[in-house]
Each structure stands twice: as structure tokens, then as C-alpha cells.
Design a protein around this ligand. Sequence first.
Ligand SMILES: [Zn+2]
Length: 262
Amino acid sequence: MSDLITVQGVVLSAMPIGEYDKRIVLLTRERGKISAFAKGARRMNSPFMAAANPFVFGTFTLYEGRSSYNLNQVSVKRSFAELAQKQPGIYYGYYFLELADYFGREGTDGKDLMNLLYVTILALDSPSLGDRLVRCIYELRIMTEEGMMPAIYACTGCGREPEGEAPWYFSQEDHGLLCPACARQTAVRHTPVGLPAIRTMQYIAAVPMNRLYTFTVTDEILSELEAVIHPYVKLGTDRKFKSLGILEGMESLLVDLTGKRG
Ligand SMILES: [Zn+2]
């Protein structure tokens, strides 16, 4: 049995196969993103019934087969089963998994991405932080972890560091900040972003992972963060995220019904 391996991981997705089985995609500390066959996972008495599901963090023992991994044993650390009751929280969760799946690669070290997912799902589960802020923080940090941090420490035009009372700007085309003077001279589209929102982005990009979700912001700052970060992720990825489509559909319905965002 020399081909048995043990990995720390999280289930990113699970797809039914045939009548009783599942194929799961795991993000693992040791081998990056891999997929595994979970035989019998849909049988009532299977030990994989509760484990072969999205959001499950744990220790997975796998056989390394010729063309795929086969799930042999799972020790669940945290399943976040209660997240399923939260609307729209659960769709934020699925979106976070989809984004991690997009960036995950086999054969790489998945530790940072896995840790980021863990603290993010924990934050989503806690009532003290709004889902919208959690999404902004996760999106900016995952882009940073993947080497796509926008220029948030200096103006992309002149290199000046953010300061002063006048609003600065963010240009998607330039992948970063524009100072008021450079913004006046450019023809590219840019969005106003105040100093507090810029400082917040700098904090998100640099703070240790376990302190990411320890602050809140005003509605005004949150709106500025959304106006910068959401398009930045959309332009920096080339996949349409299914759960994001559902989420945005739910949010616009909520705006129609209540006249404000949820
Ligand atoms: Zn400038």
C-alpha cells in the first residue's frame, strides 16, 4: 500500500457520478488542486456521505490510482454545514470556492490559498461582518496572493504616494491608483476612491491572514471598495462564475424589493 497518501485539504466541489458515487475537487496543502473519486459517497451509510461535500475541511487519505486519486478515508475538521441555511451567505461561500478553484493548480503548494479560504468561510459564518465586506476582502487578497495586486501604494502615473484631502482615483486600465493631478490629464476611465478606502486596501493586501477579518468600514468606504475591487477581479479572470451570477441576481431582486442593498 505504498501508494496511499494523506493530505490536508478542503472540498471545493462535489459532483454526483452514477447512482452512488461522487467526484470531488480538493484544494490541498501538499499537492495543490486535485480531484478524487469518492466511491459510495451517496450511500446513506457511507463514511463519505458527510465528508464529500463543499466547504468540508479535513485530513484526506487517498490512493494514488493510475489516472485519478481515490478517496480512502476522511477525518473532518470543520464542515460548515450550518452555512447551507444562510441566504445569500451560502452563495458567497460557493463563489469563494469557485474563485479558489479558478486559481488552484495541481502540484503547487496550496497552503496559503487554503488558509485564506478557511478564515474567509469562518468570517462568512460570523454575524459581525457583512457578506459584502467579506467578499471585497477575499477578492483583493486572493488577487494579491496570486501575484495580481493592483498598484495601491502609489500613483501609476507619477509614483506619488496617496495623501491629502482630495479624492484619488482608480483606473482599471492602469491596474491601480491615479493621483488627482494625473487623473485630470488622462483619458482613461477612472473611479474616485478616498484615502480611507485606499488605506483599507493596503491593509487587506499586507496584513497576516489571521487578522484579515478584524475590522469593519462605513457604507461609503464599502461602496468605494466594491466599485474598485469587483471590476478588478472581473477583468483579471476569464471565467464566468456561476454562483456569482446567482448572487448578483438575488441582490438586484433585494434592491427592487426594499430599495436598498442587503
Ligand atoms: Zn500621479
